[in-house]
Design a protein around this ligand. Structure first.
Ligand SMILES: *Cc1c(COP(=O)(O)O)cnc(C)c1O
Length: 402
């Protein structure tokens, strides 16, 4: 059968299951309010937790470096694309993470594929938390190692699996802050389990950097974990840092090994030098402006207190990721669509991003929000959940949310 004849019915099936994804067109920079599909709305959906994505100093650093270096990096890092901006950013990220060395990747997805597949292969074992980000799961599959998923945040279950393996190398991989739940990995316990079982620990702290730890150093700073306890620390730059790209921090030997053997590092064009320069500016702001973290944490507390009073289905999270569990895919779309009609955008997350029956609103807070805006959100949520309970939404929610 011709291509479209095969794909068409599969798309139709997805649409009927209320699992179709659509995109809204953004017409502004990221901020507390954005223009989406031509309307001004209050946004509680981006990962720009510290409000740095459009910060004037970050933007100015980007402009200046574009003037100095142009736009394209011209080649991969190993050929001739590794600019002084990339190099300086790597050194500053290593300092920030209190690790000997750091290495830039073009995206977090590639970093995860690149690290896991460089460190493990046939005859090895990769052990991942069930709720890990898709890029970590894909990295495990790509590696060709035996692949197991342990119960969420369950060091006991992990220990049992490690004890029963005859793998040459064992790599344990977890999100630091779980991206759809907002809870933290129990890293001190996982690190102890790894040490007892001679396994290597890798943490993807995409949502912790900038947000957790007194200096924004993420989950490693939060728990005070050294390079020996947590040898492979990965972060992305498109979230709390407000720019784009990713990095891995660890020992000099680890980084040198990745430069030699990590294919998604080697065979891709380096990120534009201006992105590296902009990230250096955002790194300075993360260090200098601790008020962003303080404000964020007070907004989180305000949101949770209000949501609790309203009886909204909060989850166990003290991070800027504050999901409200809805369960049903159709219902979560109806609630998100009703909120958008009221001028508020929140993410609606469905299968297969989360398990079947656990659809949720993924509300995210950032340092650019005000207390008043959180109050507006809470009022709108109360109304939307009440309408959903009363079943007063229109059935047609097509094109509602992500
Ligand atoms: C967003 C995310 C990634 C992917 O990072 P990109 O730079 O967007 O490719 C990886 N891991 C986690 C946990 C994420 O949330």
């Amino acid at each position: 059968m011709a291509l479209d004849g095969v794909l068409g019915p599969l798309l139709e099936e997805r649409r009927r299951a209320h699992l179709q994804r659509t995109r809204k067109v953004l017409g502004s920079s990221q901020s507390a309010t954005v223009v989406m599909d031509g309307r001004q709305v209050l946004a509680f959906s981006s990962n720009d937790y510290l409000g740095l994505a459009a910060h004037p100093e970050v933007t100015a650093a980007f402009h200046k470096a574009a003037g100095d270096f142009g736009v394209g990096s011209g080649a991969s890092h190993l050929i001739c694309g590794h600019s002084s901006e990339h190099h300086a950013l790597e050194e500053e990220l290593a300092d920030f993470c209190q690790r000997p060395r750091a290495l830039l990747y073009s995206t977090g997805y590639m970093a995860n594929l690149g690290v896991i597949s460089a460190l493990t292969g046939k005859g090895d074992g990769v052990f991942e938390d069930r709720l890990n980000h898709a890029s970590l799961l894909d990295g495990g599959l790509l590696s060709g190692a035996r692949f197991q998923r342990y119960h969420h945040n369950d060091g006991g279950n992990l220990a049992k699996r490690l004890a029963n393996t005859d793998c040459r190398r064992s790599l344990v991989v977890t999100d630091g802050v779980f991206s759809m739940d907002g809870d933290l990995a129990s890293l001190p316990e996982l690190a102890a389990v790894c040490e007892r079982n001679n396994a290597w620990l890798m943490v993807d702290d995409a949502h912790g950097f900038g947000v957790l730890g007194d200096n924004g150093g993420g989950i490693a700073e939060h728990f005070g974990l050294t390079t020996a306890q947590l040898p492979i620390l990965m972060g992305t730059l498109g979230k709390g840092f407000g720019t784009f790209g990713a990095f891995v921090a660890g020992s000099d030997t680890l980084i040198e090994y990745l430069i030699q053997f990590s294919r998604p590092y080697i065979y891709t064009t380096a990120m534009p030098p201006a992105v590296a320069a902009a990230t250096r500016a955002s790194l300075r702001l993360i260090g200098a402006e601790s008020w962003r973290r303080e404000k964020l944490h007070s907004l989180i507390a305000r949101f949770r207190q209000g949501a609790q009073q309203l009886g909204l289905p909060l989850m166990d999270s003290f991070t800027p990721i504050q999901p409200l569990l809805v369960g049903d895919d159709e219902r979560v779309m109806a609630i998100a669509s009703a909120l958008f009609d009221e001028g508020i955008h929140v993410g609606a997350i469905r299968y297969p991003t989360v398990a079947r029956g656990s659809a949720r609103l993924r509300i995210t807070l950032n340092a650019n929000h005000s207390e008043e805006q959180v109050t507006i959100l809470l009022d709108a949520l109360a109304a939307a959940f009440a309408s959903a309970a009363a079943g007063t939404f229109a059935a047609d929610t097509e094109g509602a949310a992500p």
